[in-house]
Design a protein around this ligand. Structure first.
Ligand SMILES: [Zn+2]
Length: 98
């Protein structure tokens, strides 16, 4: 029996992550884009529209290699967070390893 390389925790819980993202009001973009890390068309983009006086948030997450990035705010004040702790953001406890 071969040992699979460990997946990023949020990929192991992809269905739960998507459910939580929708619950938070994120909308998934229609298009999947190419991931700059693994070169697969697997990077999904989620957007949250900001309310009045609040910046929105965009999250890019690769369903293949698990790369996750997030942008907060709008315009010049936009700050990228990479790597982005998607599990922590959504309040999903990472599974214990070992
Ligand atoms: Zn990737």
């Amino acid at each position: 029996m071969g040992k699979k390389p460990p997946l990023p925790p949020w990929l192991e819980h992809a269905a739960l992550v998507k459910k939580k993202m929708k619950y938070r009001g994120f909308k998934m973009a229609d298009r999947v884009q190419i991931c700059q890390v693994c070169d697969e068309y697997a990077e999904e983009t989620w957007s949250l529209k900001g309310g009045q006086g609040m910046g929105g948030r965009d999250i890019c997450a690769c369903m293949n290699c698990g790369r996750a990035r997030s942008w907060k705010g709008q315009g010049a004040g936009r700050v990228v967070e990479e790597p982005f702790d998607l599990m922590g953001f959504l309040g999903i406890a990472a599974p214990a390893r070992g």
